[in-house]
Write a protein that binds this ligand. Structure first.
Ligand code: K7E
Ligand code: CUA
Length: 666
């Protein structure tokens, strides 16, 4: 890099930081329109119109809100252990968080994508990305369980992920960080970046019926940073578009060193062409290791398999897969409009929004009008692929969503606003302040062929002075705007869990009726299920003690257990016998160094415990399930190692020592 650029770039960065705090919109209090309460009021007992699936960012989870009320309905554990549900703590769910690096109890979930059929949300699944230790999760929208987690090899910083093609043929994931591939010697100097570091795009196929994910192939790309992506649709179906930054290939002080070039790129990937090469056997099989974790609904148990091979296609040596469209200044969002013709790149440091034309791109490619190459990939001319620019839209454009009526809505981080503009004439139509520093925004179906343009939701990074203070940390927030008219109208403000990035709002009518109410206990194929209280038992196998426990309002069986010793491996296999909606039972035992179990009706969950001290340990149900919930408890007696106390267990008359002889004095 040229040294003279350093002060200039640093000054720009400083100006942006200053602006983030000083360019706040004024008149916060006046911004809410008078009829807001009416528009967001969902009377007690009434349902919301939309489910909003919101990424939790550094919480690693996904939360579900109702819209327009903003009511929090659920937090779905995805990449992080969750003590509330026992996710990642129970023996059944631990394998979900296994990776080729072992058990990893946390990740950073940024983007949520809904499965699509014919370019429309079909309500089957939502997907989320693990940014840190690259993984993709699939969540089942009938159980709200994380059904599958697939690790991605040759990857670091799984950020431009998980975006879907229009029939969920593939969930696609690009790397934010380039690194040496997994099968190369990674012990190289960091300053050998240009020589040794590569990026990867994974095409993960999704089985139409089961939803099961599989890495179909990976593309080897130059060592740059992919930020975001979206699939083509309609005429551009078969293509995928990625925003690229750090095309400078810097490896230190990226703030400056990756902001040198006037233009970075939108990388256009012809994945149909990649499929052809794959069929012709042009893929190279590479030995790698990655975990594939699947939750089996029948056994209610997750398994983790370490896979060992991927097929890699090199876009730098296989012509026709990749093309570069110059895009100003470190683009972040990369969004495709509902018609599939317009591709919007949002340069974080750019003062305009370029809109690219798919048709013009195809013409340039077909006429081989290239402006040299970047790492052997043809570069197109900006003017040749540009449809036009939105001039002076705001500061710091990040993401764009569409209303399906010819308009686009772009979030501006620095100027804290949403700007509505027309796709055809590129004129700004409206702007609405956000409080503050909006990142993503979403319109229900806003990245599909068929948006439902009732609302746009802003996901804000900073909420300083918006809520009662809660120490140094304040909740991030979402803001709901009515966009049914010409002007955006702020109607609601609600705090979120973790840091929200992308979200998907889905019409409730699409999914609510298939929401599962309980699990049929007769279909429960968990190895340790206990069907019916008479089958409750305790079995010793060497130093392992299996407790087959049943729960039904309002007792546990067995609730008295003796003959267990210090150092035994004790497994509480807890089966909830209820067959009714919304009656979970919980399980916790004193001194267990894990979380509780929360067990749904008809389900089995296992808590492992190795008692370390002699004594009597109470256990109890943690979920207030009935008037006699506090009675739903029991005791286990832990004797010294080698003790002669016989194994005995039971409830009531069958308790060790027989009937409870307590009498009431009259
Ligand atoms: Cu938050 Cu999509 Cu990770 Cu933009 S990214 S804000
Ligand atoms: Cu079961 Cu409380």
């Amino acid at each position: 890099m040229k040294l003279s650029n350093v002060p200039a770039a640093l000054a720009l960065a400083a100006a942006l930081i200053l602006c983030a705090y000083s360019c706040k919109p004024k008149n916060t209090a006046n911004a809410v329109s008078a009829d807001a309460a009416q528009k967001t009021y969902v009377p007690p007992g009434k349902y919301d119109e939309f489910y909003d699936f919101v990424s939790g960012g550094f919480s690693g989870q996904m939360s579900v809100y109702g819209l327009p009320s903003g009511r929090l309905l659920r937090v779905i554990p995805v990449f992080s252990v969750d003590p509330q549900a026992g996710y990642g703590y129970s023996e059944e769910t631990k394998p979900m968080l296994n990776t080729s690096h072992g058990f990893i109890p946390w990740d950073d979930l940024h983007h949520i994508e809904a499965s699509q059929t014919n370019g429309e949300i079909d309500g089957r699944w939502v997907f989320g990305n693990g940014n840190n230790t690259p993984r993709i999760a699939r969540i089942d929208l009938s159980t709200y369980n994380t059904a599958e987690i697939l690790e991605l090899p040759n990857s670091a910083g799984n950020h431009s992920s998980p975006f879907t093609t229009e029939n969920t043929e593939y969930i696609v994931a690009g790397t934010r960080f380039s690194v040496p591939p997994d099968n190369a010697d990674g012990d190289v100097p960091i300053d050998s970046y240009k020589k040794n570091f590569l990026g990867t795009i994974s095409f993960v196929s999704v089985d139409k019926n089961s939803g099961n994910m599989k890495i179909a192939f990976q593309l080897k790309i130059p060592g740059i940073n992919l930020d975001l992506s979206h699939a083509g649709k309609g005429p551009s179906h078969g293509w995928f578009f990625f925003s690229c930054y750090n095309t400078e290939q810097a490896h230190t002080l990226l703030e400056v060193n990756a902001s040198q070039r006037d233009k970075d790129f939108i990388m256009a990937i012809n994945w149909k062409k990649a499929e052809e090469y794959l069929q012709q056997g042009k893929g190279v099989k590479q030995q790698v290791k990655y975990a594939h974790n699947v939750y089996d609904e029948k056994t209610q148990t997750a398994s983790s398999t370490i896979e060992t091979e991927v097929t890699v296609l090199d876009v730098m040596s296989l012509p026709g897969i990749a093309y570069m469209m110059p895009c100003p200044k470190s683009p972040h969002g990369c969004d495709v409009d509902p018609t599939g013709e317009y591709i919007v790149g949002s340069g974080k440091l750019a003062a305009l929004i370029p809109v690219f034309s798919f048709n013009k791109m195809m013409d340039a490619i077909n006429n081989k009008k290239f402006d040299g190459t970047y790492e052997n990939i043809p570069v197109l001319k900006y003017e040749d692929v540009l449809y036009g620019e939105v001039k002076k839209p705001g500061l710091g454009p990040l993401h764009t969503e569409f209303d399906g009526k010819g308009n686009a809505y772009t979030s501006f981080f620095i100027s804290s606003e949403i700007v509505k503009w027309n796709i055809k004439d590129l004129k700004v139509l409206d702007r609405a302040p956000t409080y503050y520093s909006i990142g993503h925004l979403s319109i229900p179906g806003g990245d599909t062929k068929k948006p439902n343009a009732k609302y746009v939701i802003a996901y804000n990074k900073i909420t300083k002075d918006r809520y009662l203070p809660t120490g140094p940390e304040l909740a991030q927030s979402a803001q709901l705007y009515d966009i049914s008219g010409d002007k955006m109208q702020l109607i609601l403000d609600f705090p979120t869990i973790g840091e929200p990035h992308y979200a998907q709002a889905i019409e409730a009518s699409l999914i609510k009726d298939k929401s599962k109410k309980f699990y049929d206990i007769m279909q429960n194929e968990n190895t340790y299920a206990t069907k019916g209280e008479p089958n409750a038992k305790v079995v010793r196998e060497g130093n392992k003690v299996h407790i087959y426990m049943t729960a039904i309002r309002s007792h546990l069986a067995p609730d008295n257990i003796e003959g267990v010793q210090v150092g035994d491996e004790v497994y509480f296999h807890f089966t909830n016998q209820e067959q009714d909606w919304d009656i979970p039972h919980g399980f916790a035992i004193k001194a267990a160094n894990t979380a509780e179990l929360l067990v749904m009706p008809g389900e089995t969950r296992t808590l492992k415990w190795i008692p370390e001290k002699v004594g009597i340990y109470p256990f109890y149900c943690t979920d207030f399930c009935s008037a006699l919930h506090q009675e739903m408890s029991g005791y286990i007696r832990i004797s010294p190692k080698g003790s002669k106390v016989p194994l005995a267990f039971g409830t009531g008359d069958k308790a060790p020592g027989g009937k409870d002889t307590t009498t009431i004095s009259k």
